[in-house]
Design a protein around this ligand. Structure first.
Ligand SMILES: [Zn+2]
Length: 592
């Protein structure tokens, strides 16, 4: 019996799991998974790697295979995810509810005290299932393992430089079973140097090909047009008179265009196309025992092509979101490239900016934002004005010694055509030292919600999105801390906005200072050898870069605010300034 047939026969979708589907599990809903299940069942295959977008049923594949293992490959099995908390969550939400609905697994389970634990299960035929967090090296180094499942490897905590990466440590446990082991690795990707993309490159690099319903040409589904590829397409008539996209219309009218005949293919053809689809190898140099697969949301039964086009257009002006779109919808790694910002580039931006001076408002602002970088003895701050499309103008910047100074600066008013405007919200860095952080929290609390703390970190520990909000408690009061991916926003600022002038306009006043230019040119993204042996990119700074950090935080601020100001409204309906609630919509797939 094929692996997917076993799954269709034995697995159910319990309603408690919160899944959209109920009843018998049907692999036919996600036809691209069948070939992956078959690769797993192939006795000649030892390594299976799946790089994927969200919403393609990735976690379900892992869970189904763990159930198949119990009857069909009853050796010691191990599931590894970022940390123990997430291992527990996977167990509670995925594994246990499904075990109980699977008669085969339930008959084999030894549910005796001491032999059955949440993260360590035993079965009558000798199969075991262990679930652990990748951040426990002692766990990773003990006992041999025959079937290894590594979940969301790109979100595992950064390894120390002395130790081998955690996925390699886990894999080392399978050596005893060299001739029978199965190492299944799955993740949405982050950057090219990440674990999942590096593994994908080593394998067969298979793409899912489907036939055009018009001309029967077999092709991979692509998001954007490149030579000889099809594309996700939405007509120009979906634009309003002012040039902005009518997103609902885009969602309704987007379709796919065939790579060969260019004919439009509607979303409702997707199911029939994917049902007959085939995996096609693209890496002739892959070892014969490693099959690697890539699948994007374009194939997903849970997303429409129009919905994906809409998300893309919503992401376009927001940095972190574009990065997330690339990772979570296209299942592709973000491509980094070495970046150095020269002084001349900053001066060119001044030249292309509308002419205005520091302290002046060149536009009627939708919102004015202030960001503050906290240092040992002082603060640095930047004020920017934004229009509804995300075009922004540096209004003022400087340093301050005390919170009193900061308070005074944050209450300054700016004039445009006789009307006064002031700073809506202040975002302050809470990432410095513990001693400073308490002061930052205190200041935010006293501001009554006008000021809020933020903290940059790297995209690890299970964070799927470039921005998220977590609750923190200070002196008995609870409030939101904004966390963001530092690398993503630095890259957006220095490479995209400044160097390439991509994205919405990013402007500077004519009387910018040398100090500002010095601090905006202090950071560079350089290449180095990663612990995996490949190339990775890291940010280095040669001197003070606090104003650069303030400008980076401005982009974070906009990403928080943008979803709440209605980007697609015509000008005349935008007169009233919107008070944004700083809530970020977190999709159900969020791991945090
Ligand atoms: Zn065609």
């Amino acid at each position: 019996m094929k692996v997917w047939e076993w799954i269709d026969q034995n697995c159910e979708l319990p309603s408690e799991s919160g899944a959209k589907l109920k009843g018998k599990f049907r692999t036919g809903i996600t036809p691209y998974t069948r070939g992956i299940y078959e690769a797993y069942g192939d006795p000649a295959i030892r390594f299976i790697t799946l790089v994927k977008s969200a919403q393609v049923g990735g976690t379900t594949i892992l869970k189904n295979l763990m159930m198949w293992d119990i009857e069909n490959k009853p050796g010691p099995g191990l599931y590894v995810t970022a940390n123990e908390k997430m291992a527990k969550r996977f167990n509670d939400r995925e594994l246990e509810p499904h075990f109980q609905y699977c008669a085969v697994v339930e008959q084999l389970a030894v549910r005796k005290r001491g032999l059955w634990a949440k993260l360590e299960k035993l079965f009558k035929n000798g199969a075991t299932v262990g679930l652990i967090g990748s951040n426990s090296p002692s766990n990773l180094a003990s006992r041999p393992v025959e079937t290894l499942k590594m979940d969301e490897v790109d979100k595992w905590p950064e390894e120390s430089n002395k130790e081998a990466p955690a996925d390699q440590l886990a894999e080392a446990r399978t050596k005893t079973y060299e001739d029978t082991r199965k190492v299944f690795t799955i993740s949405t990707p982050t950057v090219e140097s990440g674990a999942i993309w590096q593994r994908y490159l080593r394998g067969s690099q298979e793409k899912f090909h489907v036939p055009c319903p018009h001309c029967d040409f077999w092709q991979e589904l692509h998001f954007k047009y490149a030579q000889g590829e099809g594309e996700l397409w939405y007509p120009e008539v979906c634009r309003r008179d002012d040039g902005t996209w009518d997103l609902d219309r885009v969602q309704r009218e987007a379709l796919y265009r065939c790579a060969k005949c260019d004919e439009p293919i509607h979303n409702d053809k997707k199911r029939a196309m994917t049902l007959v689809g085939k995996w096609v190898k693209t890496n002739p140099n892959a070892p014969s025992d490693h099959r690697s697969f890539h699948v994007s949301a374009l194939y997903s039964p849970f997303e429409t092509w129009g919905g994906i086009a809409k998300v893309y257009l919503q992401s376009e002006s927001a940095t972190g979101k574009l990065h997330d779109f690339w990772n979570n919808y296209l299942g592709l790694p973000w491509q980094r490239q070495a970046t150095i910002v020269k002084r001349s580039v900053i001066k060119e931006i001044v030249e292309i900016s509308p002419t205005y001076r520091r302290g002046e408002l060149p536009i009627q602002p939708l919102v004015i934002s202030m960001t503050v970088d906290v240092q040992q003895t002082n603060f640095w701050w930047v004020v920017r004005a934004w229009d509804k499309k995300g075009v922004s103008y540096l209004i003022d910047f400087g340093s301050a010694i005390s919170y009193e100074d900061l308070g005074e600066i944050s209450r300054r008013e700016y004039k445009f055509e006789g009307k006064k405007y002031d700073v809506l919200k202040v975002m302050i860095d809470a990432g410095y030292t513990a001693r400073r952080r308490a002061g930052v929290y205190e200041w935010c609390l006293m501001s009554g919600g006008r000021c809020f703390p933020s903290k940059g970190s790297s995209k690890k520990d299970g964070i799927l999105h470039s921005i998220r909000e977590t609750r923190v408690t200070h002196k008995g009061s609870e409030f939101l801390l904004t966390q963001y991916d530092d690398d993503v926003y630095k890259e957006e600022l220095y490479r995209r906005r400044i160097k390439e002038r991509a994205g919405p306009g990013w402007y500077l006043p004519v009387n910018i200072t040398n100090e500002y230019i010095d601090q905006l040119t202090a950071e560079r993204l350089v290449e180095r050898t990663s612990p995996r042996g490949g190339i990775e990119f890291v940010w280095e700074s040669s001197r003070d870069n606090h104003l650069g950090d303030c400008e980076k935080m401005q982009l974070v601020f906009w990403d928080l605010v943008a979803p709440h100001v209605r980007l697609e409204e015509p000008e005349d309906e935008q007169d009233e300034r919107v008070e944004p609630s700083l809530k970020v919509d977190i999709p159900p797939s969020e791991w945090s």
